[in-house]
Design a protein around this ligand. Structure first.
Ligand SMILES: *Cc1c(COP(=O)(O)O)cnc(C)c1O
Length: 387
């Protein structure tokens, strides 16, 4: 039998997207042109913030956010073990170090109570200064921001949401991107919209936006208002800080701008798929559905089964051309982090418990209802106790 190969995520490119990219290819600006600014405007307006600064990918955007937040040697970034390695790696890039607090099992996101305890522990041990906190809207779940706002204002932290899973989600009547000091997005093909590779930081702060723009372009400014020295002529530009070349091209931004028109439709379809999974898998014993929330953006649909069942179920799905992933192996338990910082299994009981049973089911807007039913049937047959 010929079945469609299913993965956990994939892009949806249509003819309009292709035409928009082709237009830029035929124009004057392949990079550093007006389409970059137009895409940034579209992102910022969508989230209701003043600035969006694009980067070559989400990881570079995180790197920029850490630099703009002023993190450096001696500083700590407080974050979650249940994320992609880029979140905490970005602290290492600027010479700071990440510290991890466990997740809340009900949301799979950073537990604000444990985060605060961790912060006090670091302060009391005088092991550097926690300077920023980076909760992750894991899977697209819009965790409550209020406790992190409070923690940030009480301890003078910069609040950076890693919202790489959450573009298009809603929190308290606002779009994701509105709440934190800086919000980081990724436009990798598995994410809500794609630019192939790409990322951005959203912020309402002029100061952060300025630092982010310098950082992504060698630390060089051509804006006369920002010059530290008297211009020697119209060619004058100044390198004021050490930056990188992290600029996203006009080609990527044309794709992103075109995809933004369908973002709400993409998220709506993701929510429909989630509702269908919830209906089809509601009474399956030994299976836990992901946390629900009306503002959920559903980058992922991670189910949990018993730890002993996870490997065999994963293999069974693969035999049926459903090739999935596990999000994530807790970051501090990767060999690099274990060797460098001495973390061990047992340090993050909730993240580890979740990880051991987790499988991310196919979740992308091109999925058809029949695909969702096929996945659900396959799981129910395997667990052998379908309702
Ligand atoms: C995708 C992702 C990133 C990194 O984004 P890239 O665009 O792949 O560099 C960072 N954090 C999280 C949580 C992500 O899912």
């Amino acid at each position: 039998m010929n079945t469609k190969n299913l993965s956990y995520g994939r892009q949806w490119i249509d003819d309009d997207d292709i035409a928009e990219v082709a237009k830029v290819l035929k124009g004057d600006w392949l990079t550093q042109g007006p389409t970059v600014a137009a895409f940034e405007r579209s992102l910022a307006d969508y989230a209701g913030v003043k600035h969006a600064v694009t980067f070559v990918n989400g990881t570079a955007a995180l790197h920029g956010a850490m630099a703009a937040a002023g993190l450096g040697p001696g500083d700590r970034l407080l974050t979650t073990p249940m994320t992609f390695a880029a979140t905490s790696n970005s602290a290492l890039y600027v010479g700071a170090e990440p510290v991890f607090a466990d997740i809340e099992p009900g949301t799979l996101c950073l537990d604000p109570v444990k985060a605060e305890a961790k912060l006090r522990e670091v302060e009391e041990a005088k092991e550097g200064r926690v300077r920023a906190v980076a909760p992750v809207s894991f899977g697209g779940y819009p965790f409550a921001m209020e406790p992190f706002r409070r923690l940030s204002s009480e301890h003078g932290l910069v609040l950076i949401e890693d919202a790489c899973h959450a573009l298009g989600g809603d929190r308290g009547g606002h779009k994701i991107g509105f709440d934190a000091d800086m919000t980081v997005l990724s436009f990798h093909p598995v994410k809500h919209i794609t630019t192939a590779e790409g990322g951005a930081v959203l912020t309402r702060s002029d100061e952060y936006a300025h630092a982010l723009r310098l950082f992504r372009s060698h630390g060089i400014t051509r804006n006369p208002e920002d010059f530290e020295e008297a211009p020697e002529g119209p060619w004058h530009c100044e390198m004021q800080t050490l930056g990188w070349n992290y600029r996203l091209t006009d080609l990527n931004c044309a794709l992103g701008l075109s995809q933004m028109r369908r973002l709400d439709a993409f998220v709506k379809r993701r929510r429909e798929i989630a509702a269908l999974y919830r209906e089809l898998l509601a009474d399956v014993r030994g299976l836990t559905l992901p946390p629900a929330h009306e503002g959920h953006a559903y980058h992922l649909f991670p189910i949990q089964v018993d730890a002993e069942a996870r490997g065999p179920l994963f293999a069974h799905l693969a035999e049926n051309d459903i090739r999935l992933q596990v999000h994530y192996s807790p970051v501090p338990l990767h060999p690099y982090y274990k060797k460098r910082f001495g973390y061990r299994w047992g340090d993050f009981p909730e993240a580890e418990r979740y990880y051991r049973g987790a499988i991310s089911l196919p979740m992308f807007p091109l999925l058809e209802d029949s695909d969702v039913k096929r996945v659900a049937d396959c799981i129910k047959t395997f667990l052998g106790r379908g309702s």
